[in-house]
Design a protein around this ligand. Structure first.
Ligand SMILES: Nc1nc2c(c(=O)[nH]1)N[C@H]1C(S)=C(S)[C@@H](COP(=O)(O)OP(=O)(O)OC[C@H]3O[C@@H](n4cnc5c(=O)[nH]c(N)nc54)[C@H](O)[C@@H]3O)O[C@H]1N2
Ligand SMILES: Nc1nc2c(c(=O)[nH]1)N[C@H]1C(S)=C(S)[C@@H](COP(=O)(O)OP(=O)(O)OC[C@H]3O[C@@H](n4cnc5c(=O)[nH]c(N)nc54)[C@H](O)[C@@H]3O)O[C@H]1N2
Ligand code: SF4
Ligand SMILES: [Mo]
Length: 730
């Protein structure tokens, strides 16, 4: 007897629908793409196809662990939570709440638990020492959007299915399946773009599989995209190609700033010939519709925020912002109406390096400083949730040592790995199939409006759901014995909606509305409330969406193509697009200062492989090996010039590694690439331990950051490469 069930794949941003076959014992016997999902239409990648293997990995923890010295023992949930309460109490009683640090990793942006319970937990902990993977990722985009559009989540996405021209920088969706642009079957959508006569241009220091699929690939020197984009802006002004269709502030300031970046000057810095820069700008302006889209290669760089800003400056200057075929704002089903306010950063600063907060968090690039530096506010207790910063943060090897010196550490994670091995208590979330799934974050970046809820497919069987784990931690942190966090949040949200004129529930009775909510647990009830109050919701006066309706559509619900909606999305105080925010114009000076700089001889960048997912998929045998290896890509000309063999020593300001070489002419001379998430050590992941690789974040430098956002710099790291056997002092 088998059963067929459906759910969303939680592994990457593409949110594909999956159809799984389970045997009577709840084991996954097959995984296919869900043909009836209106968004993913049956698409699946090798990772999704391995979901069963990953979910049933025997190395996943099923019980909480407590560490005594080097010894781990399985304990009951009660004993584990008691230990957390004791450890937290010890530290906060002696050193106060700022001695507590929190790190949230990438999977918490995919889970319901992360979306619903991380914020209340952080509030309950009462600390400002909050760090997430966002400052090793997309923080520059949040900051640029916050300053230009008034909200850090007002992030336009390319209207992939309708655009005539896509200029893509620093993204490789044929491997990553897309990011800050939720598009199941991204490869198919790019092929369709070309098939309908559209043009795709890819800018990347490597000729990637995405570049191979494009009409044109442009090699760019790592870390110089902001120069290149300014060269395009310069050309638009110089050739009178600017066609702004929205009300904006700051057009003259942008024109003025761009004067410093003529194509000839930019060409020297970027390695992109001046005539190519001019042509790219002309093509962008001439296209019937066009979108500029830039991702991780341009974010985790020294001028990440400027690059992200200039992407949308180009979308505005060419009249492509907020129009079909251009760069558009999705309308997710659980969107909340936000008020107009000025977007501010730096409301507080990190203790040691004085780095400003953004979106309520501090740069992960300074986490080690905050743990290692004595004084009031030194982090002595750390909680990590769904993160592996030892492998993923800049100079993660330093964090490895810093974590060993903490008074107490707690990790919520299914694996004992490089990070969690330092914890005193590990609290494992249940299997994926035991968890409900709704993409609160990712559906806000979808190239078509869409919603899908996947209820848990298997019972908890004595496990705690991740929502229950985080709720319990929040209760421990607030010193409360009980109380219903979900009902508290529901009450607050209802009160706000009831008090908001024109909200659809204005003046209604909170108790009555709360009683009407569906859901088998607090998380589902909160989802139902957000759906009902959201822009398609049955309590918004604009639709009939609710949890019940999503449950009636187990393959997901198409909510239509993206539509122009800038006035709803804009939250700037001025009520118009701020094209030249002072904080960014100020940072242009930093960019100008480096315009004539000679590039380092060799720089390091990252890359992703289709069958990987940051640090935590290397324990699934079918996903590792083959093309998914931890090798240093290097141009054959550099191999010859440096006299290298099969492996080499790579050295940076932060550290050194010995790496196997993969000579390939797909990478620019003077650039080398190593994927992140490898370097498996001290973990009980048996497959990963057999194929550990090395951690690129031994080499990345936490002292180098994108100034406005504090984001880590992973691309363009200066390195030296030497043959093995040459002894050098470091
Ligand atoms: N050099 C370099 N470094 C990089 C990058 C790069 O391109 N180059 N990329 C950066 C980017 S974009 C990111 S997002 C970060 C990622 O940084 P992190 O989020 O710190 O790292 P991950 O490897 O994603 O670790 C995820 C952890 O979550 C656990 N986990 C998996 N599923 C769940 C779950 O459902 N619940 C819980 N509680 N835990 C779970 C895994 O076991 C693993 O320990 O890395 C960054 N680091
Ligand atoms: N298979 C797989 N999929 C993933 C992940 C994974 O680890 N594996 N991670 C997920 C996560 S957390 C994220 S954030 C997304 C990221 O999704 P993407 O942004 O698409 O990430 P990458 O595939 O690393 O592509 C980045 C590209 O930038 C290029 N690049 C490096 N430096 C520069 C530069 O200075 N300028 C320019 N123009 N290009 C540069 C690299 O060569 C690379 O091809 O992927 C997600 N999906
Ligand atoms: S593309 Fe992403 S969401 Fe789709 S099956 Fe693969 S890992 Fe899952
Ligand atoms: Mo990421």
């Amino acid at each position: 007897m088998t059963s067929t069930v459906h759910r969303t794949c939680p592994l990457c941003e593409a949110v594909c629908g999956l159809t799984l076959t389970l045997d009577q014992g709840g084991h996954v016997t097959s995984v296919r793409g869900d043909k009836d999902d209106p968004f993913s239409k049956g698409f699946i990648c090798p990772k999704g196809a391995s979901l069963g293997r990953l979910d049933e990995d025997p190395d996943r923890l099923s019980r909480p662990l407590i560490r005594d010295g080097d010894l781990w023992r399985e304990v009951s949930w009660e004993e584990a939570f008691d230990a957390v309460a004791w450890g937290l109490g010890q530290v906060t009683e002696r050193h106060g709440r700022q001695a507590v640090g929190v790190y949230l990793g990438n999977p918490s942006a995919h889970s319901m638990a992360g979306a619903l319970y991380a914020t209340p937990l952080i509030k309950a902990l009462g600390t400002r020492n909050v760090f997430t993977a966002s400052t090793a990722d997309q923080m520059p985009k949040h900051v640029a959007s916050g300053l230009m559009f008034g909200h850090p989540l007002a992030i336009p996405v390319p209207d992939l299915d309708r655009t005539d021209h896509l200029l893509m920088l620093g993204a490789n969706p044929l491997e990553s399946n897309g990011s800050l642009c939720t598009a199941p079957d991204f490869p198919g959508r790019l092929k369709a773009l070309r098939a309908r006569g559209g043009r795709l241009v890819v800018v990347d220091p490597r000729r990637t599989r995405t570049a191979d699929l494009a009409d044109e690939h442009v090699f760019v020197r790592p870390g110089t995209d902001a120069y290149l984009l300014f060269g395009l802006v310069h050309t638009l002004f110089a050739e009178d190609l600017v066609a702004v269709t929205h009300q904006v502030n700051g057009l003259a300031e942008v024109r003025e700033a761009a004067k410093h970046f003529p194509p000839e000057a930019v060409a020297r810095r970027t390695g992109v010939p001046a005539e190519v820069i001019v042509r790219l700008a002309r093509e962008l302006a001439a296209a019937r519709t066009a979108a500029v889209y830039a991702r991780i290669g341009t974010c985790t760089a020294e001028f990440g925020t400027l690059a992200q800003w200039l992407v949308d400056v180009l979308n505005v200057l060419t009249g492509n912002l907020d129009r079909p075929g251009g760069a558009m704002f999705p309308k997710p089903a659980t969107e909340f109406a936000a008020r107009r306010r000025s977007y501010t950063m730096g409301r507080w600063k990190s203790r040691v390096r004085g780095l400003p907060e953004a979106n309520g968090e501090l740069p992960v690039a300074t986490l080690a400083d905050e743990i290692e530096t004595p004084g009031e506010g030194q982090i002595r207790f750390l909680l990590t949730i769904a993160g592996n910063p030892v492998l993923s943060a800049p100079h993660g090897s330093r964090l490895d040592e810093a974590f060993a010196g903490l008074d107490f550490m707690v990790s919520v994670d299914p694996y004992l790995n490089e990070t969690t091995r330092h914890a005193h208590v590990i609290l494992p979330p249940p299997r994926m199939l035991q968890s409900g799934h709704f993409d609160f974050a990712l559906l806000g970046f979808a190239v078509r409006n869409y919603a899908r809820y996947s209820p848990p497919l298997l019972p908890l069987d004595g496990q705690q759901s991740e929502s229950q784990i985080l709720t319990r931690l929040a209760l421990i942190a607030s010193g409360l014995d009980g109380g219903d966090l979900d009902e508290f949040v529901i009450g607050e949200q209802l009160r706000k909606a009831i008090d908001t004129p024109g909200s659809g529930v204005e003046g209604r009775d909170a108790a009555e509305l709360s009683a009407a909510l569906d859901g088998r647990n607090g998380g589902e009830r909160r989802l139902d409330l957000m759906l009902r109050l959201g822009p398609y919701g049955e309590w918004s006066g604009k639709g009939d969406l609710s949890l019940r309706k999503l449950l009636e559509h187990p393959h997901g619900l198409d909510l239509g193509p993206l539509e122009p909606r800038l006035p709803e999305v804009l939250k700037t105080v001025s009520g118009v697009i701020e094209l030249a925010p002072p904080q960014l114009i100020e940072d242009v000076d930093r960019l100008r200062g480096r315009l004539d700089e000679e590039p380092p001889e060799i720089v390091l960048i990252g890359r992703r492989h289709l069958r990987s997912n940051n640090s935590w998929l290397h324990n699934v045998a079918p996903l590792v090996g083959g093309s998914n290896t931890c090798t240093l890509q290097i141009n054959p000309a550099d191999v010859a010039r440096l006299g290298l063999g099969d492996e080499a020593v790579i050295r940076s300001a932060a550290g050194r590694l010995t790496v196997p070489l993969e000579p390939t002419d797909t990478i620019m001379p003077g650039v080398v690439s190593l994927p992140h998430g490898w370097g498996h050590a001290g973990s009980t992941q048996s497959v990963a331990a057999g194929n550990p690789g090395v951690s690129v974040n031994t080499l990345t430098d936490e002292t180098s950051i994108d100034v406005p956002s504090g984001n880590a710099v992973f691309n363009g790291v200066p390195v030296t490469i030497l043959p093995t056997g040459v002894i050098t002092a470091h």
